[in-house]
Design a protein around this ligand. Sequence first.
Ligand SMILES: NC(=O)C1=CN([C@@H]2O[C@H](COP(=O)(O)OP(=O)(O)OC[C@H]3O[C@@H](n4cnc5c(N)ncnc54)[C@H](O)[C@@H]3O)[C@@H](O)[C@H]2O)C=CC1
Ligand SMILES: O=C(O)CCC(=O)C(=O)O
Length: 385
Amino acid sequence: MMELSPEKQMMQWDIFNEMSEHEQVVFCNDQASGLKAIIAIHDTTLGPALGGCRMYPYHTTEDALEDVLRLSRGMTKKCAAADVDFGGGKAVIIGDPTKDKTPELFRAFGQFVESLQGRFYTGTDMGTTMDDFVHAMKETRCIVGVPEEFGGSGDSSVPTAEGVLNSLRAVNTVLNGDPSLADHTYAIQGLGKVGYKVAMQLLSEGADLYVTDLQPAISVKVKEQAVKLGRDVQIVDGDGIFTVHADVLVPCARGGIIDERTISNLNVKAIAGSANNQLKETRHGAMLQARGILYAPDYIVNGGGLIQVADELYGGNKARVVAKTQAIYHSLIEVFEYSKANQLPTEEAADQLVARRMASRSSRNSFFTNRTRPKWSIRQEKGMY
Ligand SMILES: NC(=O)C1=CN([C@@H]2O[C@H](COP(=O)(O)OP(=O)(O)OC[C@H]3O[C@@H](n4cnc5c(N)ncnc54)[C@H](O)[C@@H]3O)[C@@H](O)[C@H]2O)C=CC1
Ligand SMILES: O=C(O)CCC(=O)C(=O)O
């Protein structure tokens, strides 16, 4: 076949090829506030799409598109794995969360969410906080996970962190025959809303840490807390976190970090963290398996936040959320056992279990429209979706 020139290849770029698995992609542009955002709805078989909104200074629109497509695809699997009645979606806002946030920007974002009339519910993710969505919810009811005083279920990073800790217990059960988190060393990348809480709990349960964050002050804060608890924290620079000798690597920042380079340098027995899409490509799961490194599939590990915001659909109940977040331990054990029995990399094992659940449900639900699914009324207001 004749090879195409780079110019011709560019001309052949087609958004429908990029989003071939997705139902809908919405580009949001508001000149007045400077909002540039993309909402991606992957699959609404199980219900309307749900997924947080990330804010990040993407270099190019293509980078942002690639991220939102990957993240929303992951949400479909995450919803099925956590057994919640939502489908996969996600949003990204192109901008620097430390400089570009304004109330107007989030209100404009809320208006775009509203325009989808209940096909997409959203809340926090990397780079955004509950307070940002208090502005967005002035424009739409399709916001989840705002503070309790605003009618939401509160900070979803709390159950996400709980889910990570339960996952580490499952990993330790497999590695050591004992779920205890104490007396092991964990290497944490990212000390934000989730990673900081995980770090604090690990220290209080008697663990030692290696930590890294783009903002050095957070690492210093963790080290200071460790001193008070008599534990050891080593601060590592950048990608050094992928080479330290620890029991478990806990990625709690960006995705795509597990690739040939990191795998060949890793000095850990397992990986379990909150970051979405940790494996750069599916084949990297097989490479981890070949190296004998136990990988806990991210979309099961980090399901706690989703479990909490999805629970708002039923009125929000903390005990129910805690119980479902504890069940992450058992979901992972099931995946590890299935992976071992079928000699599959753990992510592929999880994908097979999720595909079974999707198949069993798809005969009841299909493409979500608010007209045919009036049960989706999170805010319980008459006439709303
Ligand atoms: N917040 C939640 O409930 C959930 C979060 N996640 C995922 O977990 C991850 C963390 O989320 P949050 O804690 O909410 O985000 P966050 O924005 O609060 O914190 C992320 C932290 O990672 C740091 N960071 C970013 N890139 C880094 C790098 N290359 N090296 C070291 N540190 C780096 C940032 O400085 C920040 O402190 C994200 O991938 C997110 O998608 C997944 C499910 C739910
Ligand atoms: O945690 C949230 O607020 C929503 C769920 C989500 O976006 C995620 O799990 O990545």
